[in-house]
Design a protein around this ligand. Structure first.
Ligand SMILES: Cc1cc2nc3c(=O)[nH]c(=O)nc-3n(C[C@H](O)[C@H](O)[C@H](O)COP(=O)(O)OP(=O)(O)OC[C@H]3O[C@@H](n4cnc5c(N)ncnc54)[C@H](O)[C@@H]3O)c2cc1C
Length: 534
């Protein structure tokens, strides 16, 4: 089945903070189509709790935010990108306020200068602006309302991009991007929205791992599509793991805040023994990466499904007052954290690497831009500083807007419709679910928090087998939402493993037992393919 192609000036693939902010800024000037593979809300942006980092206070400075970002990035941040993001921070927050985001104010104080700022790990000043403990959902709701009411923006929900349409695919010889093939998941139709410029704003790839704080949408689609189209991809080995995600079959992606450890929570093995003091003198208060690594070590050594975080000794009143949401959510799931420990696992949280882009969000393919978690702008380097990611979404969406508006408009070629003449309905859907589970399990076991060359090779071997099987399936059967995601997941997994194998050192979020030291000269891992996929 094929559908009628639609055209717009700009096609935005993704409706998180990056996609919506670009669409809103552009819509004053031009016509935009926004794709979301589920409904508009779905994406990591909705789940962001902490807030957005920006220099907003007299006691802070741009230099200090820059220095903190560079320190977290362990030698791999691009200084000019960091400068750009940090210096644009106040303006980005101002734009969100103009859209109607009601950031939390200091109690009893009104006026623009009196927003409440929190301080997070790695930041040397209070600079995280927030909306209580649900910043992402407040920002997302505000921008969604604006997008829905804008006559220049066409929103296509439940539309999943399959692949980019480039000149190489069309056989014109030029590598330019002209839009994408997109599956309407509700009716199975494939449409070909053409556009002079396309933005990838598809978010990260946490779903490559068995345990993740990311929503179901984070399957690395944009990274895989851009890779197939000929873009460079970099630093994919740097996956940030959150140390404590609730381990419960009915609770996907529920974070147990690090504040629980900050307030005296203790990590225990199933028999009640504490283990953090053996790993670091700061015990439970050690930095996030060290705690995640220690939990991973204990789980792998003892074959455990989870460890336990115990705050019950603080008493019910204290817990209800300090952690009302965690208390209530756990209680719903039958865990009373005032009298029993919380089962937790570390979980993939943030993809630092991605599609290589410049200061304007441009990729290697003309007409193709990227913003947000799918990008590798050089802001995060080897480790993301907390709350810099939402900032990156807004700043680089704006940078891309300026570039798109300044670019010459070109006529679009005729785009061929999706060809389904040689495929049939899938006979065995189980292949998809089985491969999906297998991939996420071995990525967790072999390419998780602590890596070795032997484990990476094991993963690579399995990835090659899976890739062959999935490509064969893709070539012979009608595309479905799950098949598109699986195809992208396995490519993203391959990119992570390739980057990890190239890094012969431990730096930032990449820790290898075979190369525990940090090399003297910091180097990005940049992958480029020999030729784009036709
Ligand atoms: C639990 C949690 C808490 C966080 N807390 C913070 C925080 O406090 N501060 C901070 O700075 N960062 C935080 N982060 C990180 C931050 O939320 C993300 O990095 C950021 O929201 C990414 O935004 P994005 O627009 O790039 O992607 P997303 O918000 O993930 O949006 C991706 C969009 O792309 C769409 N999409 C994907 N693939 C396709 C496809 N093939 N076709 C069509 N559409 C597609 C999805 O439907 C979705 O609309 C947190 C992340 C998580 C998971």
């Amino acid at each position: 089945m094929t559908g009628s192609p639609q055209r717009s000036d700009v096609l935005v693939i993704g409706s998180g903070l990056a996609g919506l902010s670009l669409a809103l800024r552009l819509a004053d000037h031009t016509q935009v189509t926004v794709l979301a593979k589920g409904d508009l809300t779905q994406g990591s942006s909705l789940y962001a709790q902490g807030g957005i980092a920006a220099m907003l206070n007299d006691g802070d400075s741009f230099e200090s935010h820059i220095a903190d970002t560079l320190a977290a990035g362990a030698g791999l941040c691009h200084r000019d990108t960091v400068e750009l993001a940090v210096r644009k921070g106040p303006e980005a927050i101002g734009w969100l306020i103009d859209q109607g985001v009601k950031f939390t104010r200091e109690p009893g104080v009104n006026g623009p200068a009196h927003y409440h700022l929190t301080r997070e790990g790695g930041h040397s000043a209070r600079r995280v602006i927030h909306v209580a403990d649900a910043t992402g959902s407040a920002v997302q709701a505000t921008l969604m309302d604006k997008v829905r009411g804008n006559p220049n923006i066409v929103v296509l929900e439940n539309h999943i991009a399959i692949d980019l349409i480039t000149g190489v695919k069309l056989g014109t010889g030029e590598s330019r991007c002209f839009g994408a093939y997109v599956l309407d998941s509700l009716n199975g139709e494939v449409i070909t929205p053409g556009a002079a410029n396309t933005l990838i704003a598809t978010g990260g790839a946490g779903k490559v791992y068995l345990y993740t704080t990311n929503p179901d949408t984070s399957t690395g689609d944009g990274i895989a599509m851009a890779w197939r189209a000929g873009c460079r991809v970099a630093n994919m080995e740097f996956i940030q793991f959150h140390p404590t995600c609730l381990y419960h079959p009915q609770a996907k992606s529920f974070l147990i805040s690090e504040a629980v450890r900050g307030e005296g929570g203790l990590l225990r093995l199933p028999d009640g023994t504490r283990f953090m003091p053996e790993h670091d003198e700061r015990a439970e208060l050690a930095p996030r990466d060290i705690v995640a690594r220690a939990i991973d070590f204990e789980m792998k050594k003892r074959g455990l499904d989870c460890v336990y975080l115990d705050i019950s000794h603080k008493g019910e009143d204290f817990i209800r007052e300090h952690f009302p949401n965690i208390h209530a959510r756990c209680l719903e799931l039958g865990i009373d954290i005032a009298s029993e420990p919380i089962p937790v696992v570390p979980a993939a949280h943030y993809t630092c690497g991605g599609i290589v882009s410049d200061r304007h969000g441009r990729t290697d393919v003309p007409g193709l831009y990227v913003a947000g978690e799918a990008s590798c702008t050089g802001l995060h380097g080897a480790n993301r500083l907390a709350s810099n990611s939402l900032l990156e979404c807004v700043v680089f969406a704006e940078a891309a807007v300026d570039d798109i508006l300044g670019s010459k408009s070109r006529p679009l070629p005729r785009l061929p419709q999706w060809d389904e003449s040689r495929v049939t309905d899938a006979d065995e859907e189980v292949v998809i679910s089985h491969n999906w589970d297998e991939l996420r399990r071995f990525m967790w076991d072999y390419v998780g928090i602590v890596r070795t060359t032997k484990r990476l090779k094991r993963a690579q071997h399995r990835i090659r087998l899976l890739m062959r099987e999935i490509e064969e399936f893709y070539a012979n059967f009608r595309v479905s939402h799950d098949l598109i995601e699986l195809r992208n997941l396995v490519v993203t997994a391959d990119l992570i493993v390739r980057c990890a194998m190239q890094r012969k050192e431990s730096r930032g979020l990449h820790f290898s037992r075979d190369y525990p030291e940090m090399a003297r000269k910091p180097k990005n891992t940049v992958l480029r393919r020999r030729r784009p996929v036709r």
